[in-house]
Design a protein around this ligand. Structure first.
Ligand SMILES: C[S@@+](CC[C@H](N)C(=O)[O-])C[C@H]1O[C@@H](n2cnc3c(N)ncnc32)[C@H](O)[C@@H]1O
Ligand SMILES: Nc1nc2[nH]cc(C(=O)O)c2c(=O)[nH]1
Ligand code: SF4
Ligand SMILES: [Mg+2]
Length: 224
């Protein structure tokens, strides 16, 4: 089994997604196949990004001890793009084996179903659909829409009115069964304009989400 390139791990409240506000252990892996214009973790994406090599066993031990110390029961795998780590399914299985629920932040360009198929218990996927402002929309793996389940989240990170319009048309076209979040690119769009857009388009089943950690700590702080 291969090793994992871990950029950082830390315990915080989950600032995003359907478990927002709950304590979680974050494992951030280095390397990304996309380059979103507004990415807030560019430092972890390139080939020069700092990392330590970890085995599944070592990562499971980090999770076990965080669970014991802080009473948490959830790990968020993020990055970079976590699904680029070759043995990610083995890690998910091993975390499940010690009673940890796994949530994955993924960028929408990597097929999720081969990962899900190799997991004993399906993790929760929070999948971005990258909108025009990211510059990465052409990279989306559209077959993922067929594989998103009730327990998953589809997330649109928006920087402009054009992004909002595109998110609404993607929802209209694919009609996903999972939970849907709209989230602002931090500092690039007024959240109140997003609420107005939701009212205008009758998006009564969509959640607006602000990244909580950026209000609690300095928005550029790492490890929180
Ligand atoms: C840093 S990414 C890592 C996981 C994966 N590569 C992805 O894009 O989902 C985690 C989440 O942060 C979001 N994000 C990145 N930069 C952001 C920013 N400046 N403002 C708001 N959300 C941002 C991404 O869209 C994604 O939902
Ligand atoms: N507190 C906190 N919550 C988060 N949820 C998703 C994060 C990410 O970077 O993927 C993140 C993060 O970096 N910090
Ligand atoms: S896919 Fe995620 S980590 Fe990669 S550049 Fe985009 S936001 Fe950043
Ligand atoms: Mg983050």
């Amino acid at each position: 089994m291969g090793t994992f390139k871990l950029a950082e791990s830390f315990v915080s409240i989950n600032g995003e997604g359907r478990s927002a506000g709950e304590l979680a252990l974050f494992m951030r892996f280095v390397g990304c196949n996309l380059q979103c214009d507004w990415c807030d973790t560019k430092w972890a994406n390139g080939t020069e990004a700092p990392y330590t090599e970890k085995t599944v066993g070592q990562l499971a031990e980090i999770a076990r001890s965080a669970a014991e110390e802080y009473g948490l029961h959830r790990v968020t795998l993020t990055g970079g793009e976590p699904l680029l780590q070759k043995d990610i399914a083995a890690l998910i299985n091993s975390l499940n084996d010690i009673g940890i629920d796994v949530e994955i932040e993924t960028n929408g360009s990597v097929a999720i179903s081969p990962v899900a198929e190799n997991c004993t218990v399906r993790p929760v996927f929070t999948m971005d659909y990258k909108l025009p402002s990211s510059g990465m929309e052409s990279r989306m793996c559209l077959e993922n829409f067929r594989h998103l389940k009730d327990s998953d989240t589809l997330k649109f990170v928006c920087a402009s009115r054009e992004d909002l319009e595109r998110a609404a048309s993607v929802l209209d076209k694919y009609k996903p069964v999972c939970k849907v979040y709209l989230s602002p690119v931090f500092g690039r769009i007024e959240p109140k304009d997003m609420v107005e857009f939701m009212k205008e388009k009758k998006l009564g089943r969509v959640n607006l989400q602000l990244q909580i950690h950026k209000f609690i700590w300095d928005p550029n702080e790492r490890g929180v």
